[in-house]
Design a protein around this ligand. Structure first.
Ligand SMILES: Nc1ncnc2c1ncn2[C@@H]1O[C@H](COP(=O)(O)OP(=O)(O)OP(=O)(O)O)[C@@H](O)[C@H]1O
Ligand SMILES: [Mg+2]
Length: 144
C-alpha cells in the first residue's frame, strides 16, 4: 500500500506527519513501514542516519530518494500485503516526476493550516492530485 504525505506549501507539516504516522503504524498497528524521503532537505533520512549511533533497532527504514527514482523503486516496494510505503513529498508541484507517484497512490494525506498562503497551496495540490488519481482518497489533516 502506498500513502503520500503532501502539500505544495513548504513547512505545512509533511515530514512531521510522516514520522507520526510511521510510528503509529509500526507501534500500534504492527505494520511493516518503509518511508521514501523525497523532501528537499531529506530531513528524515539525515536524522535516521544520525540515530544509527543509538543502540535501539530502528522501527522502520527511511530511504532517501529523488522523485525521478520512483518508477524504478515502485517495482520492489510495497509488494508484501502487510507493508505500507509512506512518501514524504517535497513542497513543490513543478516537477513531472510527481505524476507517476500521484498516479500510484492508494491514499493521500495533506496536512494544512487555515492561513492565506497555505489554503491556496492546499487547494492547488488537491486539484492536481484529483485530476491524476481519482481512486485514492484524499485526507486533509488540520495541523495548526
Ligand atoms: N502540528 C504541529 N504543530 C506545531 N508545529 C508543527 C506541527 N507540525 C509540524 N510543526 C513544525 O513546523 C515546522 C515544519 O514542519 P515540517 O518540516 O514537518 O514541514 P514540511 O511540510 O515537511 O516542510 P518542507 O516543505 O520544508 O519539507 C517544523 O518546525 C515542525 O516542527
Ligand atoms: Mg519536509
Amino acid at each position: 500500500m502506498l500513502i503520500l504525505i503532501g502539500n505544495q506549501k513548504g513547512g505545512a507539516g509533511k515530514s512531521t506527519l510522516t514520522l507520526l504516522l510511521a510510528n503509529y503504524l509500526t507501534q500500534q498497528q504492527e505494520r511493516r513501514v518503509t518511508i521514501l524521503d523525497m523532501d528537499y532537505q531529506q530531513s528524515l533520512s539525515a536524522k535516521a542516519e544520525k540515530a544509527k549511533i543509538l543502540e535501539n533497532e530502528p522501527l522502520y527504514e527511511i530511504v532517501p530518494a529523488d522523485l525521478s527514482h520512483f518508477p524504478a523503486m515502485q517495482r520492489k516496494l510495497g509488494k508484501s500485503r502487510n507493508e505500507i510505503v509512506l512518501i514524504d513529498l517535497p513542497g513543490k508541484m513543478d516537477d513531472d516526476g510527481l505524476i507517476p507517484i500521484f498516479a500510484a497512490a492508494d491514499a493521500v494525506i495533506c496536512p494544512f493550516a487555515f492561513d492565506e498562503f497555505s489554503v491556496d497551496s492546499t487547494l492547488l495540490f488537491a486539484m492536481v492530485i484529483g485530476r491524476i488519481n481519482k481512486r485514492a482518497p484524499l485526507i486533509f489533516v488540520l495541523l495548526r
